[in-house]
Write a protein that binds this ligand. Structure first.
Ligand code: FAD
Length: 340
């Protein structure tokens, strides 16, 4: 079985950028992602427009994922999808053995944990029969906001995403009703005020039942959480935004130290486990920035530290990409293509 210099766990922005950067540092790299596709948390808001990534944008999130993935593949790392890394065992020769949930083993000399807040899934409705409507008009995210034009859409939830969707749906010609189990919304004031201008707001209410024939919801029952009264309302679609379930699984049994909002690392992204480094939303340190830009910076530091762990005389900084010999051939091909 091949032994890798670096195995990256997690294929969000931190993991994808680390895969590119470790290639730039000529490390034999593997990336393991639990989901079917790369992208990480960004897959939860593919339609959103991102403005705050340096030199890029405004770009739709899914476009940014595509560019990041292309960059991640520059030096052809091994990418393993649909495997959740569970256990770490260190052999006598120092090589680490990672075992995934399906039992497959991966050999590596260093590990970079880019596992974000763990494996994330949307909090789904726990109502009878809800699953069957996911193929028709029950949505946990929106990929084509224009398709709701002219519809009466019920949005359930009270956080930033629910409020954002309520406003965007209105902007794209939908009539919007928002239900939330509490009186207060937990979102930006400006966006809440805008939502109040156009949407019918029902608080404190929860979705109590979905009514439909065959595969579509035709109406919903809403329950007032104070007096228990039930109201029925005809709708064309239901958009649910009740937050996320997060699960670190057995990663926390590796001897990592949990601190505030993540796993403790020092300023060079060393965790408390030798040879194991961290980057992105997974980690916590004094000046941590929980943004895509922050994930990129952590990835650079984490990869450089992993290389230094393997080779203490390696430079802590690589030569910049404009001078790095690994790009010589790629640059030649780019020049040829632009001449054609
Ligand atoms: C609604 C919303 C909007 C946002 N908008 C912006 C924005 O406009 N600009 C911005 O800069 N940031 C934004 N962010 C923050 C940004 O999404 C995160 O900072 C970023 O995704 C963190 O990247 P990451 O790679 O560290 O983690 P993640 O993106 O969470 O990726 C972690 C990956 O690790 C995988 N994983 C976890 N455990 C394992 C395991 N054991 N084995 C294998 N794989 C595993 C997960 O499946 C996941 O794919 C937003 C966040 C939210 C919630």
């Amino acid at each position: 079985m091949d032994i890798y210099d670096l195995t990256i766990v997690g294929g969000g922005p931190a993991g994808m950028y680390a895969a590119f950067y470790s290639g730039m540092r000529a490390m034999k790299t593997k990336l393991i992602e639990a989901k079917q596709e790369l992208g990480g948390f960004m897959r939860m808001y593919p339609e959103k427009t991102i403005w705050d990534v340096g030199a890029v944008g405004p770009a739709r999130c899914e476009e940014l994922i595509a560019v990041l993935e292309k960059q991640a593949r520059t030096f052809h790392p091994t990418i393993v999808l649909e495997q959740e890394v569970h256990h770490l065992h260190r052999r006598e020769d120092g090589v680490m053995v990672l075992t995934s949930g399906c039992g497959q083993q991966h050999l590596t000399r260093t590990v970079l944990l880019c596992a974000g807040r763990g494996i994330i899934d949307r909090q789904k409705l726990e109502l009878e029969g809800a699953n069957q409507y996911e193929v028709s008009n029950l949505y946990y995210t929106i990929t084509d906001v224009g398709s709701f034009r002219g519809q009466h859409v019920l949005v359930s939830g009270g956080g930033n995403s629910a409020v954002d969707w309520a406003n965007e749906l209105h902007d794209h010609g939908a009539k919007v009703t928002v239900v939330h189990r509490r009186e207060q919304f937990d979102a930006l004031e400006y966006n809440i005020a805008r939502m109040h201008e156009h949407a019918q707001i029902l608080t404190p209410y929860t979705l109590h039942r979905l009514h439909g024939q065959q595969e579509s919801i035709e109406s919903v029952s809403l329950m007032n959480t104070v007096d228990g009264t039930i109201h029925r309302m005809a709708v064309d679609s239901v958009v649910v935004n009740h937050g996320y379930k997060r699960d670190y699984g057995p990663l926390l049994e590796w001897g990592l130290i949990q601190e505030n909002n993540g796993i403790r690392v020092n300023e060079r992204m060393h965790t408390d486990v030798p040879g194991v480094f961290g980057a992105g939303d997974f980690v916590d340190y004094g000046s941590k920035v929980r943004l895509i830009a922050g994930a990129f910076n952590d990835a650079v530091l984490g990869v450089n530290s992993a290389l230094h762990y393997l080779d203490p005389v390696a430079s802590k900084q690589p030569s910049v990409s404009s001078h790095n010999v690994r790009f010589r051939e790629l640059n030649r091909k780019l020049r040829e293509r632009s001449r054609d």
